[in-house]
Design a protein around this ligand. Structure first.
Ligand SMILES: C[S@@+](CC[C@H](N)C(=O)[O-])C[C@H]1O[C@@H](n2cnc3c(N)ncnc32)[C@H](O)[C@@H]1O
Length: 346
């Protein structure tokens, strides 16, 4: 059944209104029909977007320098398996993958064979380094409209249009804690917060690295960002209508890193570092990794230089993408944050 039919069915059963988070869950992750759960080619030049590990091996080889010494890596949402492909060659530790999409799990098995072990759910007690690259931006968000008359939740009606109701419960409480000038629309990632809290609670020893595009709350809920950060990606074009092609395109929201840090603290973890992707990769020694390439051979060197430019340039992924690490205090002093740590901005 196409995603749209399944969503309309659920809308009818629910009396004509569902939250945007539920819509996003169905459109992206519902088994068999959601964008990530179905066979669409999502990654790479022929897909809808390119992630850092998809550019080449530079991101993975540099990240590996941060991960040496951990006995286990647990990657959440491994996509095409590109990062695992590099890290399992660079590191000698166990490598576990937690992936919600059955279709992507099959692709990862094909690419990675017995180099990784797929797990169904997070163990209750966890030791190691947990990685989530561009995963949190795909987690369902609630959408809130702060108006002169109060705080509304923006959901979806039976015609697949925005439809508002007064916000209630946990969403209302979270929205009331955010000071914005009305009218103002933005997202609140209740599910990502719960995910981080649970992950932090289960972490006995280790660190959780979240790499994604986003900002600390002060910037996220800036007066000028008054229509939020919701974005759709279809064939390398970005647009803002999440109802255009349910199930066939990516829907994302930027990450509020302050909320994730707070959720991690609530779960008992400490913030170990927060900085831009560029600063993190420089701290990990990306220049040394680049130095291993044969710079005298332009044909060999040019694509690697282009990859570095994409990862580091503030006009590309270098500044918008951030790295947040939380975890147990024995993992403090991570190389990736030795210069330019911005934890105080969270
Ligand atoms: C945008 S892709 C990123 C893939 C990969 N990390 C990369 O950087 O290329 C998002 C991935 O996260 C997975 N995913 C989304 N939510 C998840 C969750 N709650 N738990 C595990 N995987 C999840 C998706 O199925 C997909 O593999």
């Amino acid at each position: 059944m196409p995603a749209q039919d399944r969503i309309l069915e659920e809308l009818a059963a629910a009396g004509g209104w569902i939250s945007f988070a539920r819509y996003m869950q169905l459109a992206l992750h519902e088994p068999g029909i959601g964008y990530y759960a179905s066979g669409a080619r999502k990654f790479g030049p022929q897909g809808d977007f390119v992630t850092a590990p998809e550019l080449g091996s530079l991101f993975g080889r540099t990240f590996a320098r941060q991960l040496r010494g951990f006995e286990r890596v647990i990657e959440i949402g491994a996509g095409s398996g590109a990062l695992a492909d590099v890290l399992t060659r660079e590191l000698e530790c166990e490598y576990w993958v937690l992936e919600t999409s059955a279709e992507l799990r099959a692709r990862q098995r094909e690419r990675l064979g017995n180099r990784v072990r797929h797990i169904e759910r997070l163990p209750e007690r966890l030791q190691g380094a947990v990685l989530a690259n561009e995963v949190v931006d795909a987690m369902p968000v609630h959408v809130v409209h702060w108006t002169g008359r109060g705080i509304m939740e923006r959901g979806v009606d039976a015609e697949l249009r925005w439809s508002e109701r007064p916000a209630t419960g946990e969403l209302l409480a979270a929205a009331e804690r955010i000071a914005v000038p009305a009218p103002y629309v933005s997202e609140i990632a209740l599910l990502a917060r719960a995910w981080m809290r649970t992950l932090a609670q289960s972490l006995e020893r280790g660190a959780i690295f979240v790499i994604d595009y986003g900002f600390p709350a002060r910037e996220y809920y800036h007066a000028q960002r008054s229509s939020g950060t919701l974005m759709c990606h279809y064939r390398h074009r970005a647009h803002a209508d999440p109802f255009a092609r349910p199930g066939e395109e990516d829907i994302t929201a930027h990450v509020d890193f302050s909320a994730l840090a707070e959720a991690a603290r609530t779960g008992g973890a400490a913030v170990l570092g927060f900085t831009s992707q560029a600063q993190f990769l420089v701290n990990c020694g990306i220049t040394e990794v680049l130095g291993e390439a044969n710079a005298a051979n332009a044909l060999h060197y040019a694509p690697i230089a282009a990859e570095a430019q994409k990862l580091l340039s503030p006009a590309e992924m270098g500044e918008l993408f951030k790295v947040l690490a939380v975890g147990t205090p024995d993992c403090a002093a991570l190389t990736g944050f030795k210069d330019g740590d911005r934890s105080a901005s969270l």
